[in-house]
Design a binder for this molecule. Sequence first.
Ligand code: FES
Length: 143
Amino acid sequence: MNKEKSLFYQDSLLEKLHEIQSTYGYVPEAEIENLAEKYQLPRANIYGVISFYSMFYTEPTGKYIIRICDSISCHLNESESVLKAVKSFLDLESHQTTEDKKFTLEVVECLGHCGEGPVMMVNNKMYTKINKNKALEILNDCI
Ligand code: FES
């Protein structure tokens, strides 16, 4: 496959993965099989793409996906205390989902607001300059 064609397939595969993720909230095994067949790729390649991008999941997630940045700028602004409070409040570690499927916690790399850390996202909404009390207020509003 030439490079141009490969990039086309990659873009198309990403679009499909976004559609599937948006429909189911994750990418089910059956859909991975369908994509492997459609693009004539080994399933491992599809899994490789899914695992490369943090917005794709292979398991059902919580209604609220909480992402907390722990990259250097946020870390220097005490993201660790926010993370500790959120972990304790939800009784979760990173990449885990509450039993009631309400919350999924993700510790992530830079969310692009390095000058306004610590930064937390709830689904697509960004919260900047948070502290542990603000983070818990935000979570309480989700309950
Ligand atoms: Fe946290 Fe960039 S380091 S948003």
